[in-house]
Design a protein around this ligand. Structure first.
Ligand code: PDD
Length: 284
């Protein structure tokens, strides 16, 4: 059952309503997190709550709860939803203003939204024999220069995703100043000369929780890793490309702009990382 907690009230997700004067609705003045749930347990929840705290601090919204309170609230949300495999969505806005103006309201209290929706896709464990690698287009990354903030202003992400779908693809790999940044809602990795390469953390990309886990896993598996800029031209040299996110774990890319990546199938490095990821998940 998809449920919502909105400012202290538990309700069915479709019943939850915010004011038109909520800064999140009016200005996208809000940040969020998406946390996967496997077998009723949240995955890497503390890391997500820490990133939420960072996003809030960066946009100067007072964090309305302590880490312990967040953990408790999200635990209760998962319990109430009764969904073994789900995505928890957490959003905090600057709150409701008295009127529409750019200046932040002085005494608004942050609006807190937590939803839990079942996600059957998270119950699927893919292997190289059944996974369908993504088909990607390349798009210019015209987003603002704070991709590190998990802001709810996702207009650009929607444009990229829908343009990709219109072209018969699954998603877009984004390029800024000739360099790969990320995908519309995931981080990007390439394998060149057997080295797993991903762009370094900067203000231009989201510091993905799954990205961190994949890097840790790669090091444990003795896969050489480099965090460095990736030129667009290097995409053609990659034997493998993959993306990572809370919703998609680690997913191979088979085609970019109509050209096969490697042999077009999931590669050996993806296979090792995916196998390692499933082991970690099963230990939850
Ligand atoms: N997206 N980059 C962008 C732009 C993202 O929106 C996301 C996550 C990621 C991966 O971050 P993480 O591994 O922490 O999920 C990278 C979420 C899932 C979403 O918006 O639905």
């Amino acid at each position: 059952m998809a449920i919502a907690y909105l400012d202290g009230v538990w309700q069915a997700i479709h019943d939850a309503k915010v004011s038109v004067l909520d800064r999140g609705f009016m200005f996208g003045d809000a940040v969020y997190e998406v946390i996967p749930v496997y077998r009723n347990k949240p995955f890497m929840l503390v890391e997500h709550i820490q990133r939420l705290a960072t996003s809030l601090a960066e946009i100067k919204i007072h964090n309305p709860m302590s880490t312990e309170q967040w953990l408790e609230l999200i635990g209760e949300a998962i319990f109430r939803a009764e969904e073994a495999y789900a995505l928890v969505y957490v959003q905090v806005t600057r709150g409701v203003a008295q009127r529409r103006e750019h200046v932040w309201p002085e005494n608004a209290s942050p609006t807190i939204l937590v939803t839990v929706s079942g996600s059957p896709a998270l119950a699927e464990t893919h292997t190289s024999s059944d996974i369908k690698p993504y088909v990607m287009i390349i798009a210019e990354d015209f987003r603002w220069q704070r991709g590190d903030l998990k802001s709810t202003c996702l207009l650009a992400a929607g444009l990229f995703k829908n343009e990709a779908l219109a072209q018969g693809a699954d998603d877009a790999i984004l390029i800024r100043d000739g360099l790969v940044t990320e995908s519309s809602s995931s981080n990007v990795f390439v394998v060149i000369d057997n080295v797993l390469v991903t762009p370094p953390k900067s203000r231009m990309i989201l510091h993905g929780i799954t990205r961190d886990l994949i890097l840790t896993l790669a090091r444990e598996l003795n896969i050489p890793v480099e965090e460095r800029d990736i030129k667009q031209s290097e995409l053609a040299e990659a034997s493998e490309i993959m993306v990572s996110s809370a919703g998609r774990e680690v997913w191979p890319v088979g085609v970019i702009n109509g050209i096969s990546v490697g042999n077009g199938g999931p590669g050996v490095v993806w296979d090792k990382l995916n196998t390692g990821f499933q082991v970690i998940k099963d230990k939850l």
